[in-house]
Design a binder for this molecule. Structure first.
Ligand SMILES: [Zn+2]
Length: 160
């Protein structure tokens, strides 16, 4: 969804695994400071650009202040590890079955094929089936971030 900023150290509990460690959250209504190290939740001032973002990324805005609520995408690294492990398991399964066909010097799985299809794509498809939807959603979730005086001060999990 185009350029974004990263909010760091966001205190939100993963709705899937319950992990309570701080998370990284992508936001689309910031300055798009792509070379920056991200903004620290509850601390850094964010130069907000309320009109940027994507349809739906702005939830609310107070007219005359730099206060409002935006949508963000949080990532749970515990869930991502879990999905990565499953990916590896599936890949190994295909490998043991002798189903992965690669060019002579494969550098990446993308160059290989399973039953004539792109191997990475086949495995991602298998993951989607296992998780009953997009495997991406297994480790990412939507949050609402409250911005007060240009600082991210509150976070809540949004239901899909
Ligand atoms: Zn999680």
């Amino acid at each position: 969804m185009g350029m974004y900023d990263t909010l760091c150290e966001v205190p939100v509990k993963c709705p899937r695994c319950g992990d309570e460690s701080v998370k990284k959250v992508k936001i689309w209504n910031g300055p798009k400071d792509i070379f920056g190290e991200g903004f620290v939740f509850g601390k850094d001032k964010i130069l907000m650009d309320w009109d940027s973002g994507y349809p739906g990324s702005l939830i609310a805005k107070e007219e005359w202040k730099d206060n409002g609520k935006i949508r963000g995408e949080a990532m749970c690294s515990k869930c991502e590890d879990r999905v990565d492990k499953k990916y590896e398991e599936i890949r190994e399964g295909y490998e043991i079955a002798g189903k992965i066909k690669c060019p002579e010097h494969p550098s990446i799985l993308l160059a290989c094929k399973i039953d004539g299809e792109n191997a990475a794509w086949v495995i991602q498809n298998d993951l989607d089936k296992i998780y009953g939807g997009s495997y991406w959603d297994e480790s990412h979730f939507d949050v609402a971030i409250t911005i007060k005086d240009s600082v991210a001060v509150e976070v809540e999990v949004l239901k899909r």
